[in-house]
Design a protein around this ligand. Structure first.
Ligand code: ADP
Ligand code: MG
Length: 391
C-alpha cells in the first residue's frame, strides 16, 4: 500500500472501503466514492492479493434492510474495474470463509453491508474476530469513517496486521499538512448549517489560521451573539456563549475573524420567492438569512485570493436553491483561483465545488466530512491510530 511496500502477494486481504453512496430506486446516483477507492483496489490486485471489500451503506441500524444491500455497488464496481466482482449476501460465516478460500490472486469480492449487524457499530470483539477470520491482512481505505471505532474499522486490527490504503494515505497527508505545516497566509472558510457541528474545529483552527471567514447558517449564531435580530433565520440561541468565546479567542490571538456584512434574505428557502439584500441590523422579522450578500462575497474573496493555504468546509448559504447559491459559488470560484494549497471537505461543500465546476482546481477534495473535521480539531482518529505507519 502506498509508501512502504507491503507484500500482499497471494494474501487474503480484507479492505474496508467507503461505498456509502446515494442510491435511489436501486440506482446509484453518485459513484464518486466507488471511483475514489479504485487506486487502492487496483494496487492490491496488481500486488497479487485476493481482494475482499467491505463497507457500510446507509443506516440499517443493525438489521437486514433489502434496499441497503450492496448489490448495485458490485454492479457499478464491476463496470469500473472491468472485471466481475462477486457479491456475497453476508459478511461473516461459513459462506464467506468458503468463498475466500476459493479465490485466486487478483480476484475481487464484495461482502454484504456490515451495518446489517448491530455488533459493527458497537465494535464487538467477537464480531470483529469473525470478520477477520478468513483473512491474512487488513487494509483500511475508509477515511470517512475513521473517526468511529467500529468492528470493521478498528476491531479487526486486533486480529490482523493493519495498513492504510492509498486514499487513506492521501487524506492523511493533505490534512496533516494543514495541521502541521501550512504556508501562510492560511485562510479557513467555515459555513454550513450549524455551529454545534463545528465548534471544536472553529476553536482549533484559530490557533493555526491567519483569517477565519464565517458564513452560512452558522454565521447567524455569531451575528445573534453580537446582538443582531435574525428574524426567522436558522439560529442556535443556546450557542451564544460559544460564539462569543470564539470571537474573544480570535481577538486575543489577534486573528482576523470575518462575519457577513450583508446578507440575502427571503421568507422561505424556496425557489422563486422574492429576495432582498440587507445589512445585519436590517433583517426583517418575518424573513430568514439564506446567503451572504455581494459585499461580503467581495470581501471574503479578497482575503481568499491573498492566501497560500485555504481550508473550506460548509456552504455560504442554502446553495441547493439557485437563488441562494450565489455566495457559495463565488467563494468556490475564489478558492479555485488560489495559487497555493487548497482543501475542501464535507459532503455538501464538495457538491458545491462540483456545481461551481471547479473541482479540478482544488488541491485536495476531502471525502471525510466528520473525520476531516475531527482530525483538524487535533483529535486522534481511532481508525487511523490502529494502522501501521500512520504515526
Ligand atoms: P458539509 O456537508 O459541507 O459539511 P453542512 O452539512 O455543515 O456542510 O451544511 C450544509 C447545509 O447548510 C446545506 O444543506 C445548506 O442548505 C445549509 N445552510 C447553509 N447556509 C444556511 C442558512 N443561512 N440557513 C439555513 N441553512 C443553511
Ligand atoms: Mg452536510
Amino acid at each position: 500500500m502506498g509508501g512502504e511496500a507491503v507484500d500482499v502477494s497471494g494474501k487474503a486481504c480484507l479492505c474496508r472501503v467507503d461505498f456509502n453512496v446515494p442510491i435511489k430506486d436501486g440506482v446509484i446516483v453518485d459513484d464518486t466514492r466507488i471511483r475514489a477507492s479504485l487506486p487502492t483496489i487496483r494496487c492490491l490486485m496488481e500486488g497479487g492479493a485476493k481482494v475482499v471489500l467491505i463497507s457500510h451503506l446507509g443506516r440499517p441500524k443493525g438489521k437486514v434492510v433489502e434496499s441497503l444491500r450492496m448489490d448495485p455497488v458490485a454492479g457499478r464496481l464491476s463496470e469500473l474495474l472491468g472485471v466481475h466482482v462477486k457479491k456475497l449476501d453476508d459478511c461473516i460465516g461459513e459462506e464467506v470463509e468458503e468463498a475466500v478460500r476459493s479465490m485466486k490472486p487478483k480476484d475481487v469480492l464484495l461482502l454484504e453491508n456490515v451495518r446489517f449487524y448491530p455488533e459493527e457499530e458497537l465494535n464487538d470483539r467477537e464480531f470483529a474476530k469473525k470478520l477477520a477470520a478468513p483473512f491474512d491482512i487488513f487494509v483500511n481505505d475508509a477515511f470517512g469513517t475513521a473517526h468511529r471505532a467500529h468492528a470493521s474499522t478498528v476491531g479487526v486490527a486486533q486480529f490482523l496486521p493493519a495498513y492504510p490504503g492509498c486514499l487513506m494515505k492521501r487524506e492523511l497527508e493533505a490534512l496533516e499538512k494543514l495541521l502541521r505545516s501550512p504556508e501562510h497566509p492560511y485562510v479557513a472558510v467555515i459555513g454550513g448549517a450549524k455551529v454545534s457541528d463545528k465548534l471544536g474545529v472553529l476553536e482549533n483552527l484559530l490557533d493555526k489560521v491567519d483569517s477565519l471567514l464565517i458564513g452560512g447558517g452558522m454565521a447567524n449564531t455569531f451575528l445573534m451573539a453580537q446582538g443582531y435580530d435574525l428574524g426567522k433565520s436558522l439560529c442556535e440561541n443556546d450557542k451564544k456563549e460559544d460564539a462569543l468565546r470564539v470571537m474573544k479567542k480570535a481577538q486575543e490571538l489577534d486573528k482576523q475573524l470575518l462575519l457577513p456584512v450583508d446578507v440575502v434574505v427571503a421568507e422561505r428557502p424556496e425557489p422563486g420567492v422574492p429576495v432582498k439584500v440587507v445589512r445585519p441590523d436590517e433583517i426583517p422579522e418575518h424573513m430568514m438569512v439564506l446567503d451572504i450578500g455581494p459585499e461580503t462575497r467581495r470581501e471574503f474573496s479578497r482575503v481568499i485570493l491573498q492566501a497560500r493555504t485555504v481550508f473550506w468546509n460548509g456552504p455560504m448559504g442554502v446553495f441547493e436553491v439557485e437563488q441562494f447559491s450565489g455566495g457559495t459559488l463565488e467563494i468556490a470560484a475564489a478558492i479555485a483561483q488560489v495559487e497555493g494549497f487548497t482543501v475542501v471537505g464535507g459532503g455538501d461543500s464538495l457538491a458545491a465545488v462540483e456545481m461551481a465546476g471547479c473541482a479540478d482546481k482544488i488541491s485536495h477534495l476531502s471525502t471525510g466530512g466528520g473525520a476531516s473535521l475531527e482530525f483538524l480539531e487535533g483529535k486522534e482518529l481511532p481508525g487511523v491510530k490502529c494502522l501501521r505507519g500512520t504515526r
